[in-house]
Design a protein around this ligand. Structure first.
Ligand code: CDP
Length: 230
């Protein structure tokens, strides 16, 4: 049996995570935040005292995560991808460094495809958000959205998110970090951040959370014969 797949890609703090969670809730789909996989690899590397720029260390981190996640329970609060320490900007920067390495990405492909094809009991489909879902992980996805927002809006959103988690940051450093990460993610050779040819662009700069959801649901309904959304 194959399940519908919704692929949502876009740069940091574009609103893709919130939108993906909202779509998943509305449609009864399972959701995977694939960025948390790369963050978790970076965290493993840092915890082992490794260097994210070093390809051997990065691959060790990816292997370690792949082993740990196999025996972990996604519904438990202690699930490896729910670790609050993954959310800081130091881990995000290190994530975008390890994410540029092909062997690291390869290690994570199967995890993501398995999730997309088997979203789990009780779920009607899968929503995955990331950078290469529509282009590499699920090129067969039923709906592909590419979510963007201007960089000042994105930096403002990230500041708020960090503050709400009690993480200290300044506007200047957040904006600078975001520029560096955008450049690394779009310029890398391996699965760069870019819209799939058949992706629908969604600019969230001027839209509220509920307006973004409404627009996305319209697009989904236009692309799929189901689901019926009330
Ligand atoms: O939350 P935010 O959008 O800032 O970042 P994230 O989605 O958690 O992703 C962290 C980093 O992981 C990104 O900057 C990318 O370098 C990398 N990533 C990737 O390469 N491919 C994905 N499918 C998801 C994330």
């Amino acid at each position: 049996m194959s399940y519908p797949i919704i692929a949502i890609d876009g740069p940091a703090a574009s609103g893709k995570g919130t939108l993906s969670r909202n779509i998943a809730e509305k449609l009864g789909y399972a959701h995977m935040d694939t960025g948390s996989l790369y963050r978790a690899v970076a965290f493993e590397v840092l915890e082992m005292g490794g260097d994210p720029e070093n390809a051997d260390d990065a691959l060790k981190g990816a292997d370690s995560l792949a082993n740990k996640i196999k025996n972990d329970d996604p519904s438990s609060s202690g699930f490896i991808l729910h670790n609050a320490k993954l959310r800081g900007d130091e881990v995000a920067q290190a994530a975008s460094v390890v994410a540029a390495m092909e062997p690291v990405r390869k290690q994570l492909v199967i995890l993501q495809r398995t999730f997309a094809q088997n979203p789990g009991e009780g779920y009607q489909g899968a929503v995955l958000d990331g950078r290469d879902i529509g282009t590499v992980i699920c090129p067969e996805a039923d709906v592909k959205l590419f979510v963007t927002a201007n960089i000042e809006v994105r930096a403002g959103r990230r500041m708020k998110e960090l503050q709400s988690r009690g993480i200290e940051a300044t506007n200047g450093t957040v904006l600078e970090d975001m520029r560096a990460r955008d450049a690394r993610d779009t310029e890398r050779k391996s699965s760069p951040l870019k819209p799939a040819e058949d992706a629908v662009m969604l600019d969230t700069s001027q839209l509220s959370e509920s307006e973004v959801l409404e627009k996305a649901l319209e697009i989904i309904q236009g692309k799929m014969s189901g689901p019926t959304i009330s």
